[in-house]
Design a protein around this ligand. Structure first.
Ligand code: ADP
Ligand code: MG
Length: 572
């Protein structure tokens, strides 16, 4: 873990060296003041020579100016180092999360990932910066202080330093406790983020059910436990800070008593005595810094551990080393003995069929039978548990993921829109599309009138997840996306289910045109829309029950399709 963490410093060797050296010098210069004061009292004062006294003062001013400059370097460059590392780790994390598979997102709360990308990362950044720098300043100052004290009077130096290890032991003890406390705290933060994302995201549902009070109670409960966890962490922190403070103050008292004794014995001059007291005050700073760093570490370490946890998750869907690009698709799709399960539950068992280039295949059947699942195996959103799927004779696992997915256009059951403009959403599959192209796609998807009715036209903002649009409009946006993306293989998963019958008919024409020359998989609830499919497959929980054209399936006695058909048309 340490090695991995340090590897993030590698690109910033210069920055780190400058920061580190400046920090060391700052630490040592802190010690110049007591030494100069001591010389001042013992050597300059008795001479009564003002010139020398002023020169010494000037020297001090110069030292402080230099030190001020270095302090600036340390603070600014040090934070630059920290923020650089924070950015790099965040990029790595986001890049990795993006590659993870549907299965991971099925089982992970977005709030958790949000926390990992924000809070956790900020703590890592703080640690990356303050960790080495503050620790080094502190250690250097401590060593320097001890050196000077030892040079002046070894015994008194040892008396002054006797509590230092004790303070460190205490700090380490509390540090361990705090790591645990902060890990728990982060857990709460991500719980919070999840709750807020979920319940504010679903606020319309909450309000529709008038469940505000219950939701608020649930929120308050988490908020309370968040507070309690935080308080627990701060309690440990306070114990740590105050016990260290008390021990450090004791040092001054020790030095005062022991120093007075040595002065009376004639072993220590007044100047040296003063230097001791001043240095013992300088000592507070590095010790406080070490303490602060030690308080900071648990946050950073907890954050970094979370980071490593997430980085360790491997995508379920892997690309082969020697994967090839899928190009010039003719569209022959073959499912051979495909079985699939999400967790333990078998959804598809031993499914085989073949789709020839340009064919339109419709899947019908009861909800929950596995139609969506069946189609989501084709772009490898999930991998088959057994069997295989091939396109133009090659197992889809032999293709690069991006080329496979670029060639398959999916209109999913739940359309997702980003909170941008109409244009951005339609052009998502082809970001360099011109306004004309986008407009053309919208026209084909029967959205022209809608766009024309907006003052901002294509630049109209659709709201978060497209809330400003109706379900049918959102579906048509998704269809427009397909017209623009123009993929050789199309998957339409209940793509027109939210449309009224009239619009659906219009769109159907457009979709039929879109499907021309492409291999198309259509999942449809309303059978009227798939009457003209080349082949219809009836998917039930037991697999593919029937397969054939509309007429063929209707002619089957006691057929499932026939049953569905009768049920739908007798309803009307
Ligand atoms: P259909 O599209 O035919 O209505 P689905 O393919 O959506 O059916 O679902 C088939 C079965 O798989 C259902 O029982 C559903 O509960 C289950 N299922 C769907 N998606 C997931 C998922 N992401 N994780 C676990 N189970 C799922
Ligand atoms: Mg479905």
């Amino acid at each position: 873990m340490v090695k991995k963490f340090l590897s993030y410093y590698a690109p910033y060797k210069v920055l780190f060296t400058v920061d580190f050296l400046s920090a060391v010098i700052v630490g040592l210069l802190e010690l110049a003041f007591p030494v100069i004061v001591s010389m001042f009292i013992d050597e300059l004062l008795p001479t009564g020579n003002w010139q020398w006294i002023l020169i010494a003062a000037l020297g001090l001013v110069l030292i402080y100016l230099f030190n001020t400059f270095l302090q600036f370097v340390v603070t600014y460059w040090g934070h630059m180092l920290g923020t650089n590392i924070e950015r790099d780790i965040r990029n790595d994390l986001y890049g990795h999360i993006q590659k993870l598979s549907f299965r991971f997102f099925d089982n992970t709360k977005t709030g958790k990932l949000l926390t990992r990308l924000t809070n956790d990362l900020m703590n890592i950044g703080e640690m990356a910066h303050h960790g080495p720098e503050d620790l080094f300043i502190a250690v250097m100052t401590l060593l320097g202080a001890f050196g000077i004290m030892y040079y002046i009077h070894p015994e008194l130096a040892i008396i002054a330093f006797i509590v230092v290890p004790l303070i460190l032991v205490i700090a380490i003890y509390f540090n361990k406790k705090m790591t645990v406390a902060f890990r728990e705290l982060f857990g709460r933060v991500s719980e919070f983020n999840h709750l807020i994302g979920d319940k504010i995201g679903g606020i319309r549902l909450v309000q529709a059910f008038a469940n505000e009070e219950e939701e608020f109670e649930a929120f308050k409960k988490i908020n309370d436990s968040f507070r309690a966890t935080k308080l627990k962490a701060y309690k440990i922190m306070s114990f740590n800070t105050s016990s260290t403070y008390m021990l450090m103050r004791l040092v001054t008292v020790f030095i005062l008593i022991a120093g007075a004794y040595y002065v009376m014995q004639g072993e220590l001059t007044y100047g040296e005595f003063a230097a001791f007291i001043l240095i013992s005050n300088v000592l507070f700073k590095p010790l406080e810094k070490i303490n602060a760093v030690i308080e900071l570490y648990p946050n950073g370490i907890a954050g970094f551990k979370h980071f490593l946890d997430t980085m360790a998750v491997q995508p379920d869907i892997k690309e082969k080393e020697d994967a090839v690009e899928l190009t010039d698709v003719s569209g022959n799709i073959r499912y051979s003995n495909v079985s699939f399960k999400y967790e333990e539950k078998n959804v598809l068992t031993d499914i085989s069929f073949n789709i020839t280039p340009g064919e339109t295949i419709a899947f019908v059947g009861p909800s929950g039978a596995g139609k969506t699942t069946l189609c989501s195996l084709l772009p490898r959103f999930y991998d088959v548990s057994e069997g295989n799927i091939s396109i133009d004779g090659t197992d889809i696992r032999d293709f690069t993921l991006s080329s496979l997915r670029e060639n398959i256009g999916t209109v999913q059951q739940d359309v997702f829109l980003f909170s941008g403009t109409l244009k951005e959403n339609v052009a998502y599959g082809k970001p360099d599309a011109t306004d004309e192209e986008v407009y053309d796609a919208l026209e084909k998807a029967q959205l022209k009138e809608l766009v024309d009715s907006y003052r901002d036209g294509l630049e109209t903002v659709v709201g978060e997840r497209g809330v400003k649009l109706s379900g049918g409009q959102k579906q048509r946006i998704a269809i427009a996306r397909m017209f623009l993306k123009n993929p050789p293989i199309l998957v339409l998963d209940e793509a027109t289910s939210a449309l009224d019958t009239a619009t659906e008919m219009y769109i159907q024409e457009a979709l039929n045109r879109l499907a021309e020359g492409r291999t198309t998989l259509v999942i449809a609830h309303r059978l009227a829309t798939i009457k003209n499919a080349d082949r219809i497959m009836v998917v039930t929980t037991d697999g593919i029950a029937e397969s054939g054209t509309h007429e063929e399936l209707l002619s089957l006695d006691n057929g499932v399709y026939k049953g569905l058909h009768q049920a739908q048309f007798s309803q009307i």
